[in-house]
Design a binder for this molecule. Structure first.
Ligand SMILES: [Zn+2]
Length: 132
């Protein structure tokens, strides 16, 4: 059984998340610059200056297929950084149990432990099938 994260592990994961955040922010910025939409070009300027919070909210109004995937990940990264600030990072949002550090190292944005994630995916898959 894996124990609670120690501060040094959180620091490491936090810098991994911040690094990912910066990379995604730059990707989104490039996507916005490629767009012909005037609003996108304007946003691209703001994306460069925006802080940690709510970058996704800033861009959510724009309907940009290219950036959707990046934005989704960006939202996950923002949420994970938020959980670090709240002190709930590394706890499964479903059962409240600790998420093993190996899993967090592989997926720093993980919000469920593996059993809960499997159950979540199974439930989701069943629901999708049920609508067929
Ligand atoms: Zn769980």
């Amino acid at each position: 059984m894996t124990h609670q994260l120690i501060p040094a592990q959180i620091t490491t994961l936090k810098s991994a998340l911040r690094y990912r955040f910066d990379a995604l922010r730059e990707e989104v910025r490039q996507d916005l610059l490629k767009s012909d939409d005037d609003r996108s070009a304007m946003l691209a300027d703001r994306v460069r200056d925006v802080g940690d919070e709510s970058l996704a909210d800033l861009i959510v109004d724009l309907d940009l297929a290219d950036t959707d995937r990046d934005l989704e990940e960006l939202r996950d990264v923002e949420a994970a950084l938020g959980r670090i600030n709240l002190g709930t990072y590394g706890m499964c949002v479903h059962c409240g149990g600790p998420i093993p550090v190996e899993r967090l190292t592989a997926f720093p944005t993980a919000k469920r432990c593996q059993p809960c994630q499997r159950m979540h995916e199974k439930t989701y898959a069943q629901r999708t099938q049920a609508t067929l």
